[in-house]
Design a protein around this ligand. Sequence first.
Ligand code: ZN
Length: 288
Amino acid sequence: MRRGAKIMFVLATILLVLAAAYVILRPNMCEADDVAAPTADRPETALTGPVAPASPRTPLTGDAAIAAKICAGDMADLPASLFGHQKFADGSAGLVAAPAGFNMSNCPAMQGDMASGLAAMLRAARAEAPAVAGAMGGVSCYRGISYQRGLYCRSPNLAARGYAGQAYWVAPPGYSEHATGRAIDFGDRSRTDCNVSPCFAATSVGRWLAANAARFGFRLSFPKDNAAGVAHEPWHYYYVGGYVASVPASVGDAANDAASAPSPPAPDVIAPAVPDTAAPTETAAPQI
Ligand SMILES: [Zn+2]
């Protein structure tokens, strides 16, 4: 009897301690579900999405529920748009090698027609601004669904941003232009610290692209205050083709073959200022 009473006393004490710990820790657990406070470079609009997806007490609805489904690997019945991003089909079947010397880290392949347009643009840049041509490269081009899933779903930032906030910075899998093979995150070899970063806009490559890329069929996908409500990305261009205006005569016919069948890029497109072995920066790895 005495031993039984002792056991009961110990059990009661443990229960009391557990109850006290729950009461003390519970407020902190709630805070962990709050989204991060807005900062200067993170507009509030980017952070008004759902709370951390791991929260079991907040059922996800709408686009957030769809994003959670996608992150779980279910790509069936996806809507045409998600968090302002359009749905894109995978274009891996039409990939060719990037123009020689263009790849800086994750741009070994792209659509054939874009490779031709890019080759024309690089030749023009080499004629008009040799230093810019030497510095210009591709940080990221074709990205498959699984790779994009890693960027969007497995980012350490997802818990704090929520699915909507994450989509402000990174397209969900199935909704990235990179999956088509017709998007390029351009980089500047002379300013690798600005690759996939807002300061890319002020680099020589960023400024040249802003003034000239449209001549060769490249359009900036996410300008400032874009309709999609996505972060400004001065480095991300999508190839729309149809570029015929203002192409210098020296560029040659390659500038007008966007509508033709995919063809391999010219072998002598660009002489990089530095070897391709330049190490990609941390910021260069993932982006939308
Ligand atoms: Zn991009």
